[in-house]
Ligand binder design. Structure first.
Ligand code: PEP
Length: 250
């Protein structure tokens, strides 16, 4: 889609050593990819590697944190605040990843509060939503992703700095990628929900990216779907095939 710049995020999750991280950055820095005018590339290392990666990474790629605290920092042991990310010049943060929703019991309201606070501090947000296998099989995918989006929509008024990542839980880290038709169907439902409940302008401009077992082999066909505006990539973002996924933008 011409109006929405293709977006490729790499979620490194809780992986890597200093040496491994440097090696991935070297591979990215040497890669031939379209310019920033065609594709926006954002990689998300664990917090402790953020300054290293930001310092070494090519200037046309950007970095994201994988989480941040829900409000202003202070007496919250073990947390990292949005203010700290801003202070370090980290432009993006991933919020509401299904691993955090599931393993750390982050509710849609808590995620929405984080999104609103991060935006208020000037961060750009990759907000993750998606249904479980059980929910898909029960035929309630559309309701689940609408509810997750509604929680966010209730707490923000400006979507300019939000990318919505549709990540079906059954597809994350499983090798079971959504078919292009399955991804397209949910993205259309989401865009329609946003059209009806936020605004037609936001619906037309917000990037809705797909995540869940995207790899170098399946990215091209997924990228061809009119409402798939990019990807959030986990496992494959640690490998050279991430370059092929970036190149699926064209
Ligand atoms: C993710 O963690 O956001 C993800 C999509 O993981 P994977 O690509 O490994 O399925």
């Amino acid at each position: 889609n011409m109006a929405r710049k293709f977006f490729v995020g790499g979620n490194w999750k809780c992986n890597g050593t200093v040496d491994e991280v440097k090696k991935i950055v070297t591979t990215l820095n040497e890669a031939q990819v379209p310019g920033e005018d065609v594709v926006e590339v954002v990689v998300s290392p664990p917090f402790v590697f953020l300054p290293t990666v930001k310092g070494l990474l090519r200037p046309d790629f950007h970095v994201a944190a994988q989480n941040c605290w829900v409000r202003k920092g202070g007496a919250f042991t073990g947390e990292v605040s949005a203010e700290m990310l801003v202070n370090l010049g980290i432009p993006w943060v991933i919020l509401g990843h299904s691993e955090r929703r599931q393993l750390l019991n982050e509710s849609s309201e808590f995620v929405a509060d984080k999104v609103a606070y991060a935006l208020s501090q000037g961060l750009k947000v990759i907000a993750c939503i998606g249904e479980t296998l059980e929910q898909r099989e029960a035929g309630i995918t559309k309701d689940v992703v609408s509810e997750q989006t509604k929680a966010i929509a209730a707490k923000i008024s400006n979507w300019d700095n939000v990318v919505l990542a549709y990540e079906p839980v059954w597809a994350i880290g499983t090798g079971k990628v959504a078919t292009p038709a399955q991804a397209q169907e949910v993205h259309v439902d989401l865009r329609k929900w946003i059209h009806d409940n936020v605004s037609p302008n936001v619906a037309a401009s917000v990037r809705i990216i797909y995540g869940g077992s995207v790899n170098g082999g399946n990215s091209k066909e997924l990228a061809g779907q009119p409402d798939v505006d990019g990807f959030l990539v986990g496992g494959a973002s640690l490998k050279p095939e991430f370059i092929d996924i970036i190149n699926a933008a064209t």
